[in-house]
Design a protein around this ligand. Structure first.
Ligand SMILES: *Cc1c(COP(=O)(O)O)cnc(C)c1O
Length: 434
């Protein structure tokens, strides 16, 4: 079966198409989505029986591959026992255990887990914690956030304000929400001085600095040195500003350490986690605060409490999946797998350096990036990759791989050879997209 002669679409796809509004999609012109009937390991099984190797692990979630038996068993067992209870006034073992394990795994005293269902919401919670941290301590002028060009922190209204104002997918909405302070990451002494000057001027308005450590993901898969994070920690401390690390993409092994912050040897005041938290099975996110942040809410005054509580907060099924995923991390095999994937991506993508339109090829951990000078034609490229047996969905100017850590060597070869065949010839420019 080739892209030129697709099998007839299944009935459910055409019946649902007029009613399903798809993500990041011009519904009128986008090619129809690929119908997926099942998943297996590193593969998507399409409705017509074709299998595609998944190069991006369903938006970076399925880090152990699909349908991992250990996670599936944990979710099934939890489903029988108790799929959900509200978290207000009630407690359950999967959330207690997960909070304790996250506190053990995270460096420093990031010990206080506040659960939610999506990454964006956890970033909103971290932002709200930071604002109220200062209010609870009697400092009322810190109402803004400082974030960075190239950053991405979600699609909800408040998180849009801390995304890259241009590259982000939200430039249409400038002026709708309060504008934040956007700076360049302090990648060298000169940009550190610029940031310092900005904070000398406006530091008293800033509640927190928000950034993705080591890799700015959806903003372009941009890498930076761990020293940048140490500079941010020093700058935040000098100006009494909190530091929020959004590890929703980088957390759980993707960059080679369990958390990207470990490469810098420093900790933020709040970290957000989601995407790979449940190994790609159920939606769950968490904002984990340091003891200092938590202490600012610990009071005899009911008004000092964090007034937040998503309905499906700490959903037991999702917490059971996350605990099972952490079991898989605990045996440590992922480290060798990430190193193996990293080497395969580096070797397999290197020939694209110098290909038409390509401005950079870079690899960090289980992330391999081919960056173009201009936005690429996302829909057409997806179709071309699918014809090569790969599911790869470019983003803006970058075509990248972020596969499951246990993707077999032969499947990694399918991914990198699809990249070389489709991108090597050039002619990939288009209208962009995500
Ligand atoms: C994906 C992502 C988010 C948003 O998470 P959702 O679950 O899509 O709301 C926020 N920050 C980073 C770094 C992300 O990669």
């Amino acid at each position: 079966m080739t892209a030129e002669s697709p099998a007839r679409a299944p009935e459910w796809l055409s019946a649902g198409a007029p009613h399903v509004w798809r993500p990041y999609c011009q519904m009128k012109t986008a090619p129809p989505p690929l119908p997926v009937a099942a998943t297996r390991g590193s593969r998507l099984v399409l409705a017509d029986g074709r299998e595609l190797v998944d190069g991006i692990a369903s938006w970076w979630t399925a880090c152990h591959g699909y349908n991992h038996p250990h996670i599936a068993a944990a979710v099934r067992e939890q489903l029988e026992r108790m799929p959900h209870v509200m978290f207000g006034g009630l407690a359950h073992e999967p959330a207690s255990r997960l909070a304790r394990r996250l506190a053990d795994l995270l460096p420093g005293d990031l010990n206080h887990a506040f659960f939610a269902e999506s990454g964006s919401v956890s970033v909103e919670i971290a932002m709200k914690m930071a604002l109220q941290f200062h209010i609870n301590r009697g400092e009322h002028g810190r109402t803004r956030f400082l974030s960075f060009r190239g950053g991405y922190h979600g699609d909800t209204l408040a998180t849009m304000t801390v995304c890259d104002p241009e590259e982000g997918m939200h430039s249409l909405f400038s002026g709708v929400m309060p504008s934040q302070v956007i700076a360049d990451l302090p990648v060298d002494a000169a940009s550190e001085a610029v940031l310092e000057a900005l904070l000398v001027e406006r530091g008293g308005e800033i509640a927190a600095i928000v950034t993705e450590p080591l890799v700015q993901g959806a903003g372009g898969m941009l890498f930076h040195d761990p020293e940048v994070l140490r500079r941010l920690r020093r700058t935040a401390d000098r100006h009494g500003v909190l530091l929020i690390f959004d590890e929703i993409f980088t957390g759980f092994g993707r960059t080679g350490s369990l958390f990207a912050m470990e490469a810098a040897g420093i900790e933020p005041d709040i970290v957000t986690l989601s995407k790979a938290l449940t190994g790609g099975t159920l939606p769950l996110s968490v904002a984990v605060a340091s003891t200092r942040v938590f202490q600012a809410f610990w009071s005899d005054d009911a008004g000092a409490a964090l007034m937040h509580g998503p309905t499906y907060m700490a959903n037991p099924l999702a917490c059971a999946a996350a605990n099972a995923s952490l079991d898989l991390f605990e045996d440590g095999a992922w480290r060798a797998d990430v190193a193996r994937v990293s080497a395969a991506l580096a070797q397999g993508l290197e020939p694209l350096r110098g290909a038409p339109g390509v401005v950079d090829v870079r690899v960090l951990g289980a992330i391999g990036v081919v960056e173009f000078a201009a936005p690429v034609a996302v829909g057409a490229l997806c179709q071309a990759f699918a014809a090569e047996g790969a599911w790869i969905r470019p983003m803006g100017k970058t075509v990248y791989l972020a596969p499951a850590f246990n993707t077999p060597d032969a499947d990694l070869a399918v991914l990198t050879s699809a990249m070389r065949r489709v991108l090597g010839a050039g002619g990939v420019e288009g209208s962009g997209g995500v």
